[in-house]
Design a protein around this ligand. Structure first.
Ligand code: ZN
Ligand code: ZN
Length: 335
């Protein structure tokens, strides 16, 4: 039976799900971020400043939606308060499922730093001050509290966090994992979508996202400017806060650093995809169960039909510049 995952007939909205402003350690104000991203074709940005949840709903208009969230983090500790280039650090983006969610979870005023400190007296939070712990139990506690109180939780930049399999294999309840984080990549820590495969092969159900994690301290034409390098294209049924969240929750989106995915559907034989011109289209199941389509050198392909059999499949599209687009995984055992 044919199941349309991304339709050629429904509009896509371009969204940056991870962004910093003057509220924490970014250089641009929320209004400047809105104008910067709108003028570059974006329909929404998640304002995810560090440690404080601030409502930017006043920036929402008929062609732009200010998604609300914050980035929460906790560091590995050796018993001191020290920090070095080898300290592991877990970061999660907490995206409000509705605009009226206004209370932070796992709040700790000692974790609020930089410009965000001026918001300490204004934030609302649930429960007691939380002593966050960088352990399976400590990180899952944060994720669980967030899920129970109106947030979608994304596991941010595993490479920047210096996380390896043992650090993330027991995380549960994630909405998504960042397979591309521009800020991380621009600082030399190359993110990998293999982390997504690790979660999928455990049987976990989650999506993948690409995001900027932009701070904008350099000039706009700096080749290491993190803006406009990683985004999601969301196929919302209606252009509204709730419409975007519903589509994100359902996985009705793809992630990209360049290529476009025009259509994706699953049937009894596997996955079918239509894309912008590509040098490779790769279908990925468990482990080495993969199928690669590539045209003769100098040519491009725009569609591929995969007939792999597996519990789940996803696709990666690579263009002539090496830029990639990532579909979410589709589980064939899905009810
Ligand atoms: Zn981070
Ligand atoms: Zn960030």
């Amino acid at each position: 039976m044919k199941k349309v995952l991304l339709s050629a007939k429904v509009p896509f909205y371009k969204v940056n799900l991870h962004c910093h402003t003057t509220v924490s350690d970014g250089k641009l104000t929320p209004l400047e971020i809105k104008e910067y991203y709108k003028s570059n074709g974006y329909s929404a940005v998640c304002f995810s400043d560090h440690e404080v949840l601030v409502d930017h709903g006043d920036l929402t208009d008929g062609s732009f939606i200010a998604l609300k969230g914050y980035e929460i983090s906790t560091n590995e500790s050796d018993g001191s308060w020290g920090w070095s280039h080898t300290t592991k650090s877990a970061h999660f983006n907490l995206l409000c499922k509705t605009p009226d969610v206004d209370k932070q979870v796992c709040y700790n005023p000692y974790a609020v730093w930089g410009g965000a400190a001026s918001y300490k007296d204004k934030v609302k939070y649930l429960g007691n001050i939380c002593m966050r712990v960088h352990s399976d139990m400590g990180l899952n506690y944060i994720i669980r509290q967030a899920n129970e109180n109106g947030f979608l939780v994304t596991y941010n930049h595993p490479a920047w966090s210096l996380h390896t399999y043992g650090d993330y294999k027991n995380l549960d309840g994630l909405f998504a994992v960042e397979v591309y984080n521009s800020g991380s990549v621009m600082s030399g820590l190359l993110e990998s979508d293999a982390v997504y495969d690790d979660f999928l092969s455990q049987g976990k159900r989650l999506h993948c996202v690409a995001a900027d994690d932009n701070h904008n301290h350099g000039s706009a034409d700096d080749p290491l400017n993190a803006s406009f390098n990683g985004w999601v294209c969301v196929q919302a049924k209606e252009f509204s806060y709730n419409g975007l969240i519903d589509a994100l929750t359902d996985g009705a989106f793809y992630s990209s650093t360049g290529p476009q995915i025009e259509e994706l559907y699953a049937d009894d034989n596997g996955l079918r995809i239509k894309t912008s011109p590509a040098r490779q289209i790769i279908f990925i199941g468990r482990g080495r169960n993969r199928q690669v389509f590539a045209p003769p050198i100098g040519q491009a392909i725009r569609e591929a039909v995969c007939n792999l059999k597996d519990e789940y499949l996803r696709a990666v599209v690579i263009d002539e510049y090496g830029k990639k687009a990532f579909t979410n995984a589709y589980r064939f055992d899905k009810a």
